[in-house]
Design a binder for this molecule. Structure first.
Ligand code: ADE
Length: 221
């Protein structure tokens, strides 16, 4: 069935642990040992912290790359908004992100780190790599075809954006939970439990996107 919106997959922390482990295994098998890890904020932070553990790395730094774009779209310009702070001179550095899609984040981060930090060597790692992406990381957990991956650390943010898109697409101000369930399946192939949906609803109430509390309907503010 043709979807009305982008195909999405909801990932949980077990998926992340599994992909991170696969990534770390490839790094270890290549007999390369990073001295420091740089996590790209925000998407790469959790993965970067897990790699510190899996690879026995104590030095963890950050850069931030911001995107002007919307959830589940391929567009948007990237900009390096927080530079590297910390000493990586002469070190082997692993730059870590969640996924390579357009590859813009990693391209910008690596360029910046090589220019400003004088590292001995820079390599890159992501949990997932989208086949055909311009940037191929040195290490990744799995290769996939394009879909919007809903990371467990971005669940509420993504679901809020996707549901707002459904309100927009349907040109409607109010939805019942069963209607919303149907739309999430038709737009994004997402199936959520009642408990997950009620947590998203509470979150959207907290953000003042919808009226809250409301027992049955999702009503736009
Ligand atoms: N960030 C960039 N591309 C992405 C994708 N396909 N899924 C989730 N996050 C992303």
């Amino acid at each position: 069935m043709e979807l009305k919106g982008p195909l999405c997959y909801v990932l949980d922390y077990d998926d992340i642990a599994n992909y991170a482990y696969q990534t770390a295994k490839k790094i270890k098998d290549s007999e390369w040992r990073p001295d420091a890890i740089v996590g790209i904020a925000r998407g790469g932070w959790v993965h970067a912290r897990i790699q510190c553990d899996l690879l026995g790395v104590k030095e963890l730094f950050s850069v931030k790359v911001s995107h002007w774009g919307v959830t589940a779209t391929k567009d948007g310009k990237a900009k390096l908004t927080c530079p590297l702070v910390g000493d990586i001179e002469g070190k082997k550095v692993l730059v870590v992100d969640d996924i390579t899609d357009t590859g813009e984040s990693l391209t910008m981060a690596v360029e910046h780190i090589e220019e400003t930090g004088k590292p001995k060597e820079v390599r890159t790692a992501t949990l997932m790599h989208i086949a055909g992406s311009k940037f191929v990381p040195d290490y990744y957990g799995v290769e996939v075809t394009w879909a919007w991956e809903i990371w467990p650390w971005n669940f509420y943010e993504d679901l809020t954006a996707l549901i707002m898109k459904i309100f927009e697409g349907e040109d409607i101000k109010e939805l019942t939970t069963p209607q919303l369930k149907k739309h999430l399946r038709e737009y994004n192939n997402i199936v959520l439990s009642d408990e997950q949906l009620s947590k998203v609803k509470a979150h959207m109430g907290y953000l003042e996107k919808i009226e809250y509390p409301q027992d049955k309907v999702w009503k736009l503010k």
